[in-house]
Design a protein around this ligand. Structure first.
Ligand SMILES: CC(C)(COP(=O)(O)OP(=O)(O)OC[C@H]1O[C@@H](n2cnc3c(N)ncnc32)[C@H](O)[C@@H]1OP(=O)(O)O)[C@@H](O)C(=O)NCCC(=O)NCCS
Length: 371
């Protein structure tokens, strides 16, 4: 295969920050209010009392300390508990387009490419912004890029699967340079009234330039990529255009993101560790030849467990497997490339591994080498 590079990346994230103490204080105020208003039903056994959340649990269970969000005030307001956004129509750009363009401009600058160098835009995300037209085409139009553009959805692997599509299109001769954009505006879809979910997600966007060319001084060539999917209902959203016509009664809240986090943890860690080990064997690399593991940022314990299974030791520091989750929370599919963007100071010839895993289940691992 001709050399193909990750030639540059860029990230965008909102200014608003919510700490664990702030999200817990809001959640606990909601719980107290709920328990007070439902005291009779709770006392008579008809309704279950809600339990408090805690910052100590959140940090220990997930590693998350803060998250950046599009609307702190309304998320923390116990009478709303979700960000306030506007309906999107043709009178304005989609929020995904606005943040996508900001990340894309940084990626283009890092890769030293102009819109006229780009042949395609691929947008991968966990939550479709709308059915059509593709947000990628809107971004293509705004940036003045020729060629083709489309959106794709693969849950928390949308970013790496989109990069993989870009690599395939370039390898096949269809394109030379592709802009991959991954906006993850997750907070409107979070049920902030659920104790096991309310602390998990932040908002952010990453963009990457995938190219045959190497005009930048921080490019990484692609050595190998490997993908797998295995069906599971453990991370799920039942939101769909069919909801409008559904005859059975479900609320908006019933259709939001839900997960069996503990099963995900137990099933995905061994799956991913084995998957990466097999990939490294296939390309004749030993785990200690990998200088950096940029892994999906759903849970810091998962990142550490997977890396320790791969290298056969839990004696390593975050330099080997960076944890932007601490600051940004779970950024859905953007997490692994956020880690890459923020911690890619490798020397020429050093290798690293980008790996996403999540809903589907879906896993994609990409080995790169600094050139
Ligand atoms: C979600 C996650 C952080 C929860 O951590 P966990 O260690 O699995 O925690 P559990 O759900 O087993 O809960 C442990 C206990 O803490 C309690 N708990 C849950 N949320 C709590 C909170 N916010 N505050 C205090 N206690 C809480 C539970 O009720 C449970 O209590 P019990 O033992 O009395 O039943 C973790 O499972 C995870 O990150 N999994 C991976 C998820 C993932 O990759 N998803 C992909 C989406 S991108």
């Amino acid at each position: 295969m001709e050399e193909i590079h990750i030639a540059g990346t860029g990230i965008w994230y909102p200014e608003d920050v919510i700490t664990n103490d702030e999200i817990v204080s809001s959640f606990n105020a909601y719980v107290d209010d709920f328990n007070y208003k439902n005291k009779e039903a709770i006392d008579s056994g008809n309704t279950e009392q809600l339990d408090h959340s805690s910052s100590a649990f959140i940090e220990k269970a997930s590693g998350i300390k803060t998250r950046h969000v599009i609307d702190k005030k309304n998320i923390l307001d116990i009478n709303r508990m979700m960000p306030l956004v506007e309906h999107e129509d043709e009178s304005k750009l989609s929020i995904h387009t606005i943040v996508g363009i900001q990340a894309a401009k940084k990626a283009m600058k890092a890769a030293n490419v102009e819109p006229s160098d780009i042949d395609a835009v691929i947008l991968g995300t966990s939550h479709a912004a709308r059915n059509y037209p593709s947000v990628a085409i809107e971004i293509q139009n705004e940036l003045g890029i020729d060629g083709y553009a489309y959106d794709m959805l693969v849950g928390c692997s949308s970013t790496t699967f989109a990069i993989n599509n870009a690599i395939s299109d370039i390898a096949s001769g269809l394109a030379e340079t592709i802009l991959v954009i991954n906006p993850e505006i997750s907070t409107p879809f979070v049920n902030y009234k659920k104790r096991d979910i309310h602390f998990i997600f932040g908002d952010g966007c990453v963009a990457s330039i995938i190219s045959k060319k190497n005009n930048s001084n921080n490019a990484f060539k692609i050595i190998d990529r490997k993908l797998i999917t295995k069906f599971s209902n453990n991370i799920r959203s039942d939101w769909s255009y069919l909801a409008r016509a559904a005859g059975d009664e479900k609320s908006f809240d019933d259709l939001l993101f839900y997960q069996n986090g503990n099963s995900v943890f137990k099933e995905v860690c061994p799956l991913v560790a084995k998957f990466i080990k097999n990939q490294l064997e296939k390309v004749n690399l030993s785990p200690n030849e990998i200088s950096k593991f940029w892994l999906h940022q759903a849970n810091s314990r998962m990142v550490n467990l997977i890396v320790s299974k791969i290298i056969g030791s839990d004696n390593f520091d975050t330099d080997l497997a960076p944890l932007p989750i601490e600051k940004f929370g779970n950024l859905a599919s953007a997490g692994s490339m956020f880690a890459f963007n923020l911690h890619n100071d490798l020397k020429k010839g050093e290798k690293g591994l980008i790996c996403s895993f999540g809903a589907g289940y879906s896993v994609c691992s990409i080995i790169v080498e600094k050139v």
